[in-house]
Design a protein around this ligand. Structure first.
Ligand code: GDP
Length: 457
């Protein structure tokens, strides 16, 4: 399928200053000649990179469709490594569709989602992690997420994976040598050596897996819940963080019935904030539903902001709520310090959690709160995200599988298993790492990855 020429509208639907039709493939220049009339025909150049002014026309009737700029990009230094032409039309649905139709009539095929990027991969310009990072760049939620995506686009992750693969290949070579001379079995010295290398590889994998958790946070955001008794100031905090009115703030207990979700950016970390119905025993049906939903969300949350009221001190109800949360993920927020001073916390171990004092109403302590959140989420690593951070669940699960293979090898090596059996796990680890970069990838996996893309990318 790589020898046909594909085309699509590459800009988002709707009105804009410009709209771009991208064409890639062997016939891109032929097609351009049929649908484009240059203002200065003698400048028309097939080789090199040039921008031409002229008109897009209907290839059959010759009728003018739009006034355009046409960019000509000669293979192999293009996005797909093929000849690429981009027609910059005026950004409206009608001129774009008419120009695209003309391009398709002239012999191009409509591109599938992500097909331009898929070609960049199949033609060897980028590997799979880089292809996947294209979509992460597009969907970055914060500048920090963008940084992670860009580093992956630059190939940082692939380099790490390849170096691990090389070491595994080295182990395989050593094992194969013993298979060729079965009578020699793996001697004790090389067995020790192999185990040492395997140990180092496992540690390398562990570092990448550990970074994966943080990477996912930058990519997808961390689900955050604000919980606490009615009226402690949860909605007010949400508003203070959002910097705009959104949740209903009211004096009547239990009016925040629905769950409101918002994405906010705290020091580069995307927080998906859910403000929930106050947790309390209630006979009110609507509110009961809210409470059930709240408990569900708290279960799945990565960060819990548990709020109490400085004016009222710690109540029995507060202690009950504390029992429903995972304390490892909980930050205690003592609100309304403008009316009451910070209350004595009950002595027990359960109240020994990170805390911060604020006034949601006056906006006091919000900076401090943001720093505490950053500390909790990044595990105290407040430096900018790792240059090589795994942000993709597909990569993460491949790393975990590879680690499993290596651990299995370690166990078998201790049992004195023959080399040909030992090599099975090593080979497995090598292959599963190859799935990350795409060196050992199946058509099916490619379909799944690129279906996530938009058409025109
Ligand atoms: P929720 O039920 O927990 O969402 O609480 P709300 O955000 O609706 O707040 C309940 C009441 O407490 C409202 O009257 C708020 O104006 C008030 N409130 C919230 N935060 C503060 C604060 O920091 N100081 C003071 N004095 N009042 C606050």
């Amino acid at each position: 399928m790589l020898n046909d020429t594909i085309a699509a509208i590459s800009t988002p639907p709707g009105e804009g200053g410009v709209g771009i039709i991208r064409i890639s493939g062997e016939r891109a220049f032929d097609i351009a000649e049929r649908v484009f009339r240059p203002a200065r025909p003698k400048d028309w150049l097939r080789d090199g990179f040039k921008l031409h002014y002229g008109h897009a026309v209907d290839g059959v009737t010759g009728e003018v469709i739009d006034e355009v700029l046409l960019a000509v990009m000669k293979a192999p230094h293009t996005y797909t490594r093929e000849d690429v032409v981009e027609i910059n039309c005026h950004g409206g649905a009608v001129p774009l569709r008419a120009a695209l139709k003309s391009v398709l009539d002239a012999g191009a095929r409509l591109a599938a989602p992500g097909e331009f990027t898929r070609r960049a991969f199949l033609n060897g310009r980028i590997d799979l992690t880089q292809a996947e990072s294209v979509i992460d760049v597009i969907r970055s939620k914060t500048e920090a997420s963008l940084k992670v995506a860009l580093s992956q686009l630059g190939g940082g992750l692939s380099l790490k994976i390849k170096s691990l693969q090389d070491r595994i290949l080295g182990m395989l070579a050593q094992l194969e040598a013993s298979i060729d001379f079965p009578e020699d079995d793996v001697d004790e010295k090389s067995r020790q050596q192999l185990k040492e290398t395997a140990g180092e590889i496992i540690r390398g994998l562990d570092r990448l897996i550990e970074a994966a958790g943080r990477g996912r946070i930058y990519r997808e955001g961390i689900m955050t819940v604000i919980t606490g008794r009615p009226n402690v100031g949860k909605s007010s905090l949400l508003n203070a963080l959002l910097g705009r009115e959104r949740a209903i703030v009211t004096d009547i207990p239990g009016t925040t019935r629905d769950v409101i979700e918002e994405m906010i950016n705290i020091k580069g970390i995307p927080l998906v904030l859910a403000d929930t119905a106050g947790l309390r025993e209630t006979g009110d049906i609507v509110e009961k539903k809210g409470v059930e939903k709240t408990l569900q969300i708290i279960e799945g949350a990565g960060l819990i902001l548990f709020m109490i009221d400085a004016g009222e001190g710690v109540t029995a109800e507060d202690s009950e709520i504390l029992k429903t949360v995972d304390r490892e993920k909980t930050l205690l927020i003592i609100n309304k310090i403008d009316v009451g001073k910070s209350p004595e916390l009950p002595p027990g171990e359960e109240w020994n959690i990170p805390r911060v004092e604020i006034s949601a109403l006056k906006g006091e302590g919000i900076e401090d709160l943001e720093s505490k959140i950053e500390q909790m989420v990044t595990g105290g690593r407040t430096e900018s995200p790792d240059p090589v951070i795994i942000s993709n669940i597909r990569h993460e699960s491949a790393l975990v599988k590879a680690r499993g293979n290596m651990a299995e090898f370690m166990a078998l090596a201790d049992e004195g298993v023959p080399p040909d059996l030992l090599s099975i796990d090593i080979r497995g680890a090598w292959e599963v790492l190859g799935e990350i970069t795409g060196s050992t990838v199946t058509e099916d996996l490619l379909d799944r990855i690129f279906n996530d893309f938009c058409i025109g990318k």
